[in-house]
Ligand binder design. Structure first.
Ligand code: SF4
Length: 296
């Protein structure tokens, strides 16, 4: 059984910079992260062990007991940052520059007279940050949401995407929006970030070669779920796991080639643990398969 790693996977620079900042000794147990810094349980756990407190969002401002707070790599609306400043906190901003580019892009489209539309998940912290300073907007995620565009009565749309969307899905949606008879003008800026694109291209390439894919990342990580989706769309069986403990030997029986990929918030040590456990499983499964052949 061959085991291959995707050519691009795991922690992106935006997530790594945010983790490094949060782990900095200068905070010494006087830091609360507002929103999940990254969608990865192991990273959240090691932050807690370093004395960093976590609250799910700005709505939990009353629960913050530290003087210093940090905005996550997913970014936040200017209003949110201001609210934290006004409440007397020292605000550290770990927003990824590629998320901030989306904030700037959508505001610039609004200035040019376009009605803002975000392709993404409306409850995702990144999307909440993107739209948080806008008076009016739409978030769409599939064709089912096109009725929202019609009902809004807006015919001139400025569209951006959540950074971790799937490229082909977004392009397809935009093409269909352009064809709607109740839309006159579409300005589209594809704001899927480069690390996400690289991981999607790599998983496409690897999925063409393997008969099983193991995808590592937080169960609530948007970009990890997209990697699973790419594989299943191509008819390749894929299993989404957060750690090597969730690997199941049964998945590997009869496989020729297994691929491994990971979302942008999966640390290298978690990937390494999964990789070495899969190599051990591959050896065990090969041994079992040989035994069966001999006994026939
Ligand atoms: S996934 Fe992209 S936008 Fe998000 S933190 Fe990483 S590089 Fe930045």
């Amino acid at each position: 059984m061959k085991v291959s790693l995707a050519s691009a996977m795991g922690t992106c620079f935006g997530v790594q910079d945010a983790i490094n900042l949060a782990m900095s000794p200068e905070f010494s147990s006087d830091l609360t992260i507002v929103g999940q810094l990254v969608h990865n349980p192991q990273v959240s756990e090691s932050l807690k062990q370093n004395g960093v407190s976590l609250v799910p969002g700005i709505e939990d401002i009353e629960k913050i007991k530290t003087r210093k707070v940090m905005i996550t790599a997913h970014g936040a609306a200017e209003q949110t940052k201001q609210q934290l400043h006004d409440a007397g906190f020292i605000v550290y901003d770990a927003s990824c520059p590629l998320v901030m580019r989306v904030h700037k892009t959508i505001k610039s489209l609004v200035t040019k007279g376009y009605f803002p539309v975000v392709i993404g998940q409306k409850d995702h912290v990144e999307v909440k940050g993107i739209v948080g300073d806008l008076d009016d907007y739409l978030v769409i995620n599939s064709e089912d949401d096109f009725s929202k565009i019609k009902d809004s009565g807006n015919r001139k749309l400025g569209i951006v995407t959540q950074t971790t969307q799937q490229t082909d899905k977004v392009e397809d949606l935009v093409e269909k929006i352009r064809a709607l008879d109740y839309v006159d003008d579409v300005a589209f800026v594809n704001t899927i970030c480069q690390p996400t694109r690289d991981r999607q291209v790599a998983v496409h390439e690897l999925a063409d070669q393997v008969d099983l894919m193991i995808v590592i990342g937080g169960f609530n990580s948007s970009n990890t779920k997209k990697l699973v989706h790419v594989c299943t769309e191509k008819g390749v069986e894929a299993h989404h796991i957060e750690s090597f403990h969730q690997l199941n030997q049964e998945w590997f029986i009869g496989r020729q080639h297994v691929g491994i990929t990971a979302g942008t918030s999966t640390p290298e040590d978690v990937i390494n643990e999964v990789h070495s456990e899969i190599l051990s499983i591959a050896k065990r499964v090969e041994g079992l398969e040989k035994e069966v052949l001999h006994s026939q």
